[in-house]
Design a protein around this ligand. Sequence first.
Ligand code: GLC
Length: 728
Amino acid sequence: MTALQRPWLNKQLPLEERVETLLSAMTLEEKIGQMWQVHDPKDQHDQNVREGRIGSFLNVPRDQLARLQRIAVEESRLGVPIVAGRDVIHGYRTLFPIPLGQAASFNPETVRLGAKIAAREASAAGIHWTFAPMVDISRDPRWGRIAESLGEDPVLASRLGVAMVEGFQGDDPAAPDSIAACVKHYVGYGAAEGGRDYNTALIPESELRNVYLPPFRACAEAGALSFMSAFNDLNGVPTSGNPHTIRNILKTEWNYPGMVVSDWCSITEMINHGYACDEAEAAQRSIAAGVDLEMVSESYRNHAAGLLRAGKLRQEWIDDAARRVLRMKFVLGLFDNPYPAPATPEIFLCEPHLQAARRAATESCVLLKNNGALPLSPSGLKRVAIIGPLANAGADQVGCWAMDARGEDSQTPLAALRQSLPSTVVLDYSPGVPSSRSVDTTGFAEAIAQARAADVVLLFLGEEALLSGEAHSRAFLTLPGSQQQLLEAIAATGKTVVLVIMAGRPLVLTPVLPHASAVLYAWHPGTMGGPALADLLLGKESPSGKLPVSFPVMEGQIPAYYNKRNTGRPPSDESRGLPQGTPLDPVGFSANYIDGDHLPLFPFGFGLSYTRFEYQNLTLKSSDVRAGGVIEASIELRNAGSMPATETVQLYVRDLFASLTRPVRELKDFQRVTLAPGETRVVAFKLPAEQLAFYDNEAKRHLEAGDFKLWIGGDSRCTNEAAFRLLA
Ligand code: GLC
């Protein structure tokens, strides 16, 4: 066909005209072809591509994609290009901290840059589209995919999810170094019962709208080009066949113009769910619900045309699906530049990318305990023991969803400390245990001997990468393997132990704390985790990370998230440790455990630094605010220590009385503030009253007059409190 016969190739035409002109030229089979995404291209797919029966590939090597693209563009009837996707979740070759670690930075600028660098490297590999950001609110550390989430809070996940969308897509998604974002997993996946992946999620409409949907809506409004439906069923309706969440809320209520891709075979898995009796019914339910592109399974390819002819599908649904896939391809510029730019391998792991990853890792680490052991004073050290299975584990320190990372590219803590410590300092190293899960204790003797000879022990413990991520949920959250025993054996030498933990989730640290003078939580810090940790341990930088998720005292506390409701009998400790024979009377009958604490070990938003931040003079401009108005609050923050440091100042509110029970605290805003030693600064917030609104179980939005409390401080338990009233 000539260019004249392909008017949609005219760049001067408006986008929607290009889409509609092409759509109107397509046959039913070609439209359905746009609704299929294939993995592992084999030769037989060449003919499918030639006949316009495949719209997308995922995980296709660059050279194979170039060949398939040439067939699609030059040998198919309409020349519709392929869009190629891949999971570039926290970096391509330069790995940033896992998203949960990035969330601990509370820094949208850092997160945005990480996504931009991921896009630069991924697009250089021929990838058009990444399946990220993952913005599932995650309150359960047993769930393996908490590692790739942005934590338990809707405001934090919204801000950072938007930053990732902006980083991936840039100002122009058609730019050669931009890639399409895909907001996932829509919706409620993180509420999997028992923290077991793929499990049922039972979420009332109000909780769905007040907690789980906001990050998705924020990313939709930020222009994310696609969404991904999820594996879980939501209140009994699988999310990949759920008309309420997709066609009603996303596509109608939010008027979202982007494309919805299923998760891997999540459409045909509705047969396992018991929601479809066969592939034909699965296809019917998903197309009717608004899933535009089927990832890997073939129910659309095999049944959509027959379902349409049988009157079980509307033509408009198929047109809408194909339209949205085509629209994304036009916006990505694939019709104008379908072939990848010449390879630029020098961009992978280039110095600016490595330095950005180092900054992200530095900002992501959270100091949980410090009895003064940190920062180390190199001048006072003669011998240092570096011990643990994660001290020199390049492949593990990058964490889950790092498909294109190479272990040898990682700069480990051992290597970084060797470079950073003065040559006069003797370094001893031993893993102590072969791997994080190993119960082989034969390495203890060497480790203990090294500890005895050292001035200080730097212990690197935690989880190997395999222990978090998809389908890797854990029922026990203490240190795996024999690591606790190793820690206690090293501590028994009496030497100062500085513990660095790498993990893909909050671990239960209760047994760990008594045996370490300092605990620095590094998550899985990525390619540059070593240099970042060396900078922090040696005091070149002060830790500034804050917890994006609560850390439970024990597994029994789960879920331990901070923004809970108060209940009719708020937890108290009166009934803790009742003496035997205590008569059963209503003393201490409250929402607590009789055998354990009800408060998390470390709360959401918590993190120490090498200085001391002092808060005073919390001030409200007015104690009354009307709908449409703004609550103006400020506080004085002082760096009372001797090191420059950064504090994330957090603002929380509580709606004391409402037509629906409301959380005891909700994060509404945060600011990162860097202060020199002795410096004081007034930190001001402007909170629109509209952000006090909430949804009820009929999906009705309420902004109710009444009394509120407000706190500003360094974590979700801060006590600097004020009160205000929302007037009718
Ligand atoms: C996986 C994941 C999803 C990922 C997709 C493609 O099963 O659930 O997050 O993007 O398949 O790899």
